[in-house]
Design a protein around this ligand. Structure first.
Ligand SMILES: [Zn+2]
Length: 155
């Protein structure tokens, strides 16, 4: 299913939790739902205008759902990125709560992150909702790599 919504909003069930964290980190609006009821998942997706991303085979062909064809994160990112032509922004949502991150002055992170992280990083982002700091380190690099892979298939 391809939608005109830009950017699309997603609902992820318990079969693709890891993917949900990466999509959030890329700035996408992703809700997690641990419900085991397929009917409930579809209802929520429809009500909230979200695309359900799942590994549940019984959802193949459902209008509200995209069946992920692989268990591997890379493949899942590529599949979703290709289907929705995602323009990925770097690190704009909290991987834990889905709130938008704000970039904060470096000094704000002093004493709030490990000292070696503070000393070795220039850029920090903050989640107001869960009081959590993010820094531009290995994780952001990985996210950039993943998003590059996502757009590979477009070329
Ligand atoms: Zn948060």
């Amino acid at each position: 299913m391809v939608t005109d919504m830009h950017p699309p909003r997603f609902l992820v069930d318990s079969t693709a939790v890891r993917l949900s964290r990466w999509l959030r980190f890329m700035g996408l609006d992703v809700s997690l739902d641990s419900s085991e009821s397929v009917a409930r998942l579809l209802l929520r997706a429809r009500r909230e205008g979200r695309v359900l991303l799942t590994r549940r085979r019984e959802l193949a062909g459902a209008r509200e759902a995209v069946l992920l064809t692989s268990d591997h994160l890379d493949e899942q990112l590529r599949q979703v990125g290709t289907a929705y032509k995602l323009a990925v922004e770097s690190a704009s949502r909290c991987t834990v709560c889905n709130a938008e991150l704000v970039v904060v002055p470096r000094v704000n992170a002093d004493g709030r992150v490990p000292e070696f992280i503070y000393q070795s990083h220039r850029k920090f982002a903050f989640c107001k909702r869960c009081d959590r700091y993010y820094w531009k380190g290995t994780h952001w690099k990985n996210v950039r790599d993943a998003s590059a892979r996502m757009s590979d298939t477009d070329r």
